[in-house]
Design a protein around this ligand. Structure first.
Ligand SMILES: NC(=O)c1ccc[n+]([C@@H]2O[C@H](COP(=O)([O-])OP(=O)(O)OC[C@H]3O[C@@H](n4cnc5c(N)ncnc54)[C@H](O)[C@@H]3O)[C@@H](O)[C@H]2O)c1
Length: 383
């Protein structure tokens, strides 16, 4: 007898993931995802890393973001099209996969649009928790679009922010953000320009979308001790901070080879000193060394954060029994006879499918829940 691991893939749709977040709560999700990112960043050396592959056009970018350790491969498909909102489409849309390194079988296919907003916010807050002054309570939030609620809530729950100063060139976006945060407990002030929002803030988050070298934050806006969380500059030719803001600060990045291409530091020479955040988390390098120091987290979004959020959503789906079994790969009696799959198949449920094993590393009740969610469990077939 030999055990056959089936080809079943767990599919998490956008409504599935929204349902998971509703049931667990945004706060618990942000904390759980930040914990996963932290844990994975501490395993930095275990991952096969590369800068993402990007297809640029005059209106946007489409990117693939792969990463793997010795057990699990992950990738994300993501776009960035700042004009999309004019056509009632999101600027950023994404989906992703977890696959077994041992066999290449795709185990999870999940939405990553909502998940990206959650993981980006969790990453930003993890960066600020590590780099900002511990006394930080007030944040300026420039750019009040799709990512902004998640940024606000992550900084509230993970960093201790109590007051927000908002600015967006689109008044309707700010009104939407104020409405969505109405029961958050955050004190909110709507400002009439970026300088007003930034004045006196402990932390400045920029999360604007514009496909150009914009100057959202200029040097005269910076005050001693500020932490700048630059999220929107994440592509060649797409930045938010004046280069002198970077020159006057200690700059921290996710994965240096990718940030050199895509981050704010693309404006500076290749030898401009930066520190990868994982080095600070691991205690290898210093983060903030004084209250007057200006720190910048030059965020572009790294594949390891998507690996971390995919793990989180997979585990939550297994725990809650959410998701559907997807027949993504043909199941063959003879793996060399792909041609046989062209023959008409019996209806689903009448043919012999082998063991449902969506999550080989998850133990106990979650796995049982997953098995229930996607079908019965069988094993073994004659050798
Ligand atoms: N670093 C990361 O990991 C990461 C992850 C996701 C998104 N992003 C980036 O974050 C940005 C925001 O994404 P989103 O999904 O919220 O986009 P969005 O289009 O929903 O919102 C962007 C907002 O920025 C505002 N804006 C544009 N120019 C501005 C300016 N000069 N001053 C003030 N506001 C301005 C727009 O009016 C809009 O409301 C995008 O550039 C995206 O590529 C980065």
């Amino acid at each position: 007898m030999k055990t056959i691991t089936t080809l079943d893939t767990l599919f998490l749709s956008a409504p599935d993931v929204a349902g998971i977040v509703r049931r667990k709560g945004v706060k618990a999700c942000l904390i759980g995802i930040a914990d996963n990112i932290h844990a994975d960043f501490l395993r930095w050396e275990s991952f096969d890393k590369s800068a993402r592959v990007a297809a640029h056009s005059s209106v946007g970018v489409i990117e693939l973001m792969p990463i793997a350790d010795d057990q699990t491969f992950a990738f994300k498909y993501v776009n960035g099209h700042p004009n999309n909102t004019r056509f009632a489409l999101p600027t950023v849309m994404a989906f992703g996969v977890l696959a077994d390194v041992a066999t290449g079988v795709p185990r999870l296919l999940s939405e990553l649009t909502l998940s990206t907003a959650l993981r980006t916010a969790a990453m930003s807050a993890l960066g600020a928790r590590t780099l900002a002054r511990k006394s930080s309570r007030c944040m300026a939030l420039i750019g009040n679009g799709a990512q902004s609620e998640f940024q606000a809530l992550a900084f509230q729950h993970l960093v201790g922010i109590r007051e927000l100063r908002l600015f967006d060139t689109d008044l309707a976006a700010t009104a939407k953000l104020v409405h969505n945060l109405r029961s958050s407990g955050l004190a909110i002030r709507v400002c009439s320009n970026t300088a007003e929002a930034v004045r006196g803030a402990d932390i400045v988050t920029t999360v604007t979308a514009d496909k150009r070298n914009a100057v959202i934050i200029s040097p005269e806006m910076i005050e001693p001790g500020m932490h700048v969380n630059g999220v929107g500059g994440d592509c060649p030719g797409k930045t938010e901070l004046h280069a002198d803001v970077l020159r006057g600060a200690s700059v921290f990045v996710e994965y240096e080879p990718q940030t050199r291409i895509e981050g704010e530091i693309q404006q500076l020479p290749a030898d401009f000193p930066v520190t990868e955040l994982w080095q600070v988390l691991a205690g290898n390098r210093a983060g903030r060394t004084g209250d007057a120091q200006v720190t910048v987290f030059d965020s572009v979004g790294f594949a390891l954060e998507d690996y971390a959020v995919l793990r989180f959503m997979r585990d939550a789906a297994l725990e809650l029994g959410v998701g559907q079994r997807l027949e993504l790969i043909p199941e063959l009696a003879d793996p060399k006879d792909l041609f046989a799959s062209l023959a008409e198949q019996p209806q689903r449920g009448t043919h012999d499918r082998s063991r449902v094993d969506l999550e080989v590393r998850t133990q106990g009740s979650p796995r049982v829940a997953a098995a229930k969610a996607v079908g019965a469990e069988r094993d073994t077939t004659p050798a």
